[in-house]
Design a protein around this ligand. Structure first.
Ligand SMILES: [Zn+2]
Length: 137
């Protein structure tokens, strides 16, 4: 599955586009080259949106901010998971951390991608009328 392109007539909401990991500008072109749980090229993004040609790397180090999003998101998820397991289900701390490590390993690529998707959706404005084929900086 390369450059997933959604051709639905109904426009996606910003939240839906973020979680579908589609282009923030046209909400149709895919942000990543392969599916989240594909083992080939898990971190590769195309240079531009295949539909509207939105530049996916507007400036060097653009995704530095996505690192903070992933840190904050995973910090709260980890805290909530471990506290729930230890205090509500009476798990041992070691057991809770073991499960956390396993879940972290499984969802590592998804977290990386959703953080980048959230970051680019925060920084690029939606334009439903976009039909241009020239690159946008
Ligand atoms: Zn696009």
């Amino acid at each position: 599955m390369k450059n997933v392109v959604s051709m639905s007539k109904v426009p996606k909401s910003g939240i839906q586009s973020t979680f579908d990991m589609t282009c923030p500008r046209c909400r149709k072109g895919g942000l990543f080259e392969t599916g989240t749980f594909a083992f080939q090229k898990p971190f590769d993004m195309p240079d531009h949106c295949p539909v509207c040609k939105q530049n996916y790397l507007p400036e060097p180090g653009f995704y530095y901010g996505a690192m903070f999003i992933s840190y904050i998101m995973w910090g709260f998820i980890s805290l909530a998971l471990c506290l729930t397991l230890v205090f509500a289900f009476d798990w041992s701390v070691n057991g809770a951390f073991l499960l956390l490590i396993i879940i972290s390993a499984i969802f590592f690529v998804w977290l990386y991608r959703i953080s980048r998707s959230i970051w680019i959706h925060l920084n690029v404005k939606y334009n439903p009328k976009v039909t241009t084929t020239k690159p946008v900086q």
